[in-house]
Design a protein around this ligand. Structure first.
Ligand SMILES: *[C@@H]1O[C@H](CO)[C@@H](O)[C@H](O)[C@H]1NC(C)=O
Length: 143
């Protein structure tokens, strides 16, 4: 029947339009892929304390990591196109429980794609590539 054929042709055309759109969109998104970020966390607590780090984002839970004195741990991810990637961590050692935002994309992406954090009792400090010192420090999060 001719109406049936017309419908088939319309369906085929719509499918082709969809296919072309999908392919183009995929290619465009690939062009907007962000450079991966690598986050290194180093236990620089005084008194030889063990640090337990537990980091999460909205979509992922990286699990608890136990860092002996002076040990480090790394994780990586691809920041999102919108600049809203956020990873936060709990940091626990004997007698203390703290929180910090370890990656705030609009704050940190301009500073590093390989980011180093030194964790001390006083708070987290990020490596400053300008002077090679851990002097980009933040207070622990307030609840
Ligand atoms: C950790 O590093 C500090 C500073 O380099 C050093 O004084 C301390 O002995 C180290 N601790 C351990 C357990 O290696």
């Amino acid at each position: 029947m001719s109406t049936f054929n017309m419908r088939n042709i319309t369906t085929l055309l719509l499918f082709l339009v969809f296919l072309i759109t999908a392919t183009t969109t995929t290619r465009c998104n690939a062009g907007f892929l962000q450079k991966k970020a690598h986050i290194h966390i180093i236990n620089n607590l005084d008194s030889g304390l063990t640090l337990t780090v537990h980091c999460k984002s909205k979509n992922s839970d990286l699990g608890a990591q136990v860092l002996p004195p002076n040990a480090s741990w790394e994780f990586h991810f691809r920041p999102n196109f919108w600049g809203t990637t956020l990873f936060f961590c709990s940091m626990n050692w004997q007698g203390a429980s703290k929180y910090t935002d370890i990656y705030v994309q609009n704050r940190d992406q301009p500073k590093c794609s390989v980011c180093y954090w030194s964790i001390k009792q006083s708070g987290p400090c990020m490596l400053n590539y300008g002077n090679n010192k851990y002097d980009i420090c933040y207070p622990w999060n307030k609840y």
